[in-house]
Design a protein around this ligand. Structure first.
Ligand SMILES: O=C(O)CCC(=O)C(=O)O
Ligand SMILES: [Fe+2]
Length: 193
C-alpha cells in the first residue's frame, strides 16, 4: 500500500509524521520481539565529573561505531527483522540508513533530555527516521532561536522523520511523565558516514 509521504515544512526544517505507519498487529509483534530479544544495555554518561546512568536502556546496530555524549557504541550487525523495517522507512524517506539506535523507556520515568542529533558523522542535514512501538509518549521539539514549540504524540506504530536543516535549529526531547506508562521502544534510523 502506498502511504502518504508528505513532508511538513516547519521553520528551518522539515518533518514527516505518519501515525499509522505500521498496523497494530505487526507493531505488537515487533514490540514484543524487540523487548524480549534485545540485549538492552544501560549506559552511563559523564556530566560535570559525575557518572550518571542514562534514564533508559539502549541497543545499537550499524556498520560503524557511533560516538555521542562521550559514549562509543560498537558496530554490530543489524538483525533481519530490523533490516526489513529499515527498508520500508527508506522507501518512505527516500534516504538510505546504515544504523539504528534502539531506546527502551521502561516506564514514564524513563526519558531523553533536550538534544540535537548533530554529530559530524551524521552528515550536514541528516534524515532521521524514528519508529515508535508500545506506550504512546509525548515528543517535544523547540526552536533554539525563536523558542517555537511543537509537541507530537508518538503512538504505537508511528513514524516521525526529521530532515532538512532541522537538527541545526531545533532541539528535541522525550520528557518524563507522571502518568503510568507501559514500556516504549523507539528505533531511530540514521546514516553514519
Ligand atoms: O524516543 C524518541 O522518540 C526520541 C529518540 C531520540 O531523540 C534519539 O534517539 O536521538
Ligand atoms: Fe534525537
Amino acid at each position: 500500500m502506498e502511504k502518504s509521504r508528505k513532508w511538513q515544512t516547519v521553520q528551518d526544517g522539515k518533518l514527516l509524521y505518519l501515525p499509522d505507519f505500521i498496523a497494530k498487529e505487526e507493531a505488537d509483534a515487533l514490540h514484543s520481539l524487540l523487548l524480549h530479544r534485545t540485549a538492552w544495555q544501560q549506559k552511563s554518561i559523564s556530566l560535570f565529573g559525575k557518572t550518571i546512568p542514562q534514564p533508559r536502556l539502549i541497543a545499537w546496530y550499524g556498520e560503524r561505531n557511533y560516538q555521542y555524549s562521550g559514549l562509543t557504541l560498537e558496530a554490530q550487525p543489524m538483525p533481519q527483522e530490523i533490516i526489513a523495517i529499515k527498508q520500508r522507512c527508506e522507501q518512505i524517506c527516500q534516504s538510505q540508513f546504515n544504523s539504528v539506535l534502539l531506546n527502551l523507556y521502561r516506564d514514564g520515568q524513563d526519558s531523553m533530555g533536550w538534544h540535537q542529533d548533530n554529530e559530524p558523522e551524521l552528515g550536514v542535514n541528516p534524515v532521521i527516521a524514528s519508529l515508535s512501538l508500545g506506550a504512546s509518549r509525548m515528543f517535544a521539539l523547540k526552536h533554539t532561536q525563536s523558542g517555537e514549540a511543537i509537541r507530537l504524540e508518538l503512538s504505537h506504530g508511528a513514524l516521525l522523520v526529521m530532515g532538512g536543516t532541522l537538527q541545526h535549529y531545533w532541539k528535541h526531547a522525550l520528557p518524563k511523565t507522571k502518568r503510568p506508562k507501559e514500556p516504549r521502544i523507539n528505533l531511530t534510523f540514521r546514516t553514519i558516514k
